[in-house]
Design a protein around this ligand. Structure first.
Ligand code: NCD
Ligand code: ZN
Length: 433
């Protein structure tokens, strides 16, 4: 099957070209490629980028298929321009054995809209007590390469030290949800003037930063790599910068919501704004934006966290933390980073595709737009805006914090190994290809 993308600008720069996709690869790049018997996609006025890679997605299958499934989450991912996502291990049962991780991988391949790479748990049941069999998961069909207890912190320093040593010997990566639980008991919001006034129990920045500092030192001593999930504070930025300066193998991600939103959103007590780590202050969001621009923070990750209506439309402190993110990620990055001049489109490719692919060790994603490379691609219309309506999103759940907001830029098509997986707002399942 071949697809011809006509008249598109690569990385949003230079003159428009035609790009021919065949046999899963970029076959030809040129002008006036007039191939017959090909599906043609008009790229006029649009930008071609490598497909996005999300290191942090919650797909809720197995266990909470009422809120998201691998199928619905894959559709959301394809519509958001993603060609690979990492599905976190906090499912039910927990993805702490190869039985679960291989199942998630196979189901993702069956659906065929995006490569769903399972994240394996670091500890059995995410309980933080006993290391999971990372080696078996890594050796399984899914070839698990990213491990995390996300949702929970690997808080015990001895367990974390052993996990880093074990991961190092396996050549895999630990991603840490940095939250010192002794500092966040009962916490539901960022500790600061807003939470104090609203009467919400606070999550201090130090709960995140103390774990980031500790894990940087543990990674240094183990000679291991460590990845920081959803960095949320200006202090985390400073610590990651310091650790990188020391030559420590540390990487970090930031979510679109921590770049755009801050704790002033809590005034309404609408639990759609409850998330871990919590929305911080405007100065933190500003520091995160600058850190993403200058490379201290390596990449964007959505932390797409679907929740049922009954778990969100309730008292703030009773609600589950988390918000949708896959279908709005690009638009939020354009609004917070591209429009203010902090990133160009080449930079968007770097933080949403190339860097996450490199961090996770995917050799078929985040590749250059060049002949012979895998055709994992996204086509973006930069000059339109759209209004977010939860009911129109592919996710089963509705907990988007951007409801009714008008956002810039939109994904118009996504290609996985040369096949169209999303086009003009519709996910394109296998049966329609
Ligand atoms: C996530 C979830 O719902 O699984 N929630 C969240 O607030 N981010 C867990 C997590 O990423 O910590
Ligand atoms: Zn987390």
């Amino acid at each position: 099957m071949t697809v011809l993308i006509k008249n598109v600008r690569l990385y949003g720069a230079g003159d428009p070209v035609d790009v021919l996709l065949a046999d899963g690869e970029i076959r030809e790049i040129g002008t006036d490629l007039g191939i017959v018997d090909t599906e043609t996609v008009d790229g006029t006025g649009q930008i071609l980028l490598p497909g996005f890679v999300d290191l942090h997605t919650h797909l809720r299958e197995p266990g909470r298929e009422d809120t998201e499934t691998i199928e619905s989450g894959s559709a959301a991912a394809a519509l958001g321009g993603f060609t690979a996502v990492f599905a976190m291990a906090n499912t039910s049962p927990v993805a702490d054995t190869a039985v679960v991780t291989d199942h998630v991988w196979r189901r993702g391949q069956e659906v065929g809209l995006v490569d769903v790479h399972p994240v394996g748990a670091v500890t059995v049941g995410l309980a933080g007590k006993q290391l999971a069999e990372m080696g078996t998961m890594a050796a399984g069909e899914a070839g698990v390469r990213l491990f995390s207890d996300d949702g929970h912190c690997v808080y015990d320093p001895l367990i974390m030290r052993r996990a880093l040593e074990y991961a190092n010997s396996l050549g895999v990566l630990i991603a840490q949800h940095a939250e010192e639980p002794r500092l966040t008991g009962g916490a539901v919001a960022h500790e600061g003037p807003t939470a104090a006034r609203l009467g919400l129990a606070g999550w201090p920045r130090a709960a995140e930063e103390s774990i980031v500092a500790r894990d940087a030192l543990l990674a240094r001593d183990a000679g291991a790599r460590v990845h920081i999930c959803h960095a949320s504070t200006a202090g985390t930025v400073e610590l990651v910068k310091w650790a990188k300066g020391q030559g420590i193998s540390i990487t970090a991600e930031v979510t679109p919501h921590h770049l755009l939103l801050d704790d002033s959103r809590l005034e309404t007590y609408d639990a759609v704004n409850r998330v871990n780590p919590p929305l911080r202050e405007a100065a933190d969001a500003d520091a995160l934006r600058r850190a993403l621009a200058d490379g201290v923070i390596d990449c964007v990750a959505t932390d797409h966290a679907p929740h049922a209506e009954q778990d969100k439309c309730c008292e703030f402190a009773a609600a589950r933390p988390g918000m949708l993110g896959l279908e709005t990620a690009l638009s939020i990055i354009v609004q917070t980073m591209v429009e203010p001049g902090l990133l160009d489109w080449r930079g968007v490719a770097r933080v949403m595709s190339e860097n996450p692919a490199r961090i996770a060790g995917l050799d078929d994603q985040g590749r250059p737009l060049a002949v012979g490379e895998p055709a994992n691609l996204v086509l973006v219309e930069p000059d339109i805006s759209w209004t977010v309506r939860a009911k129109e999103l592919a996710s089963i759940s509705d907990n988007t914090p951007y409801e009714a907001m008008t956002l810039p830029a939109r994904v118009t098509a996504t290609f996985l190994r040369g096949r169209v997986t999303a086009r003009d707002g519709k996910a394109v399942g296998k049966e329609r290809r």
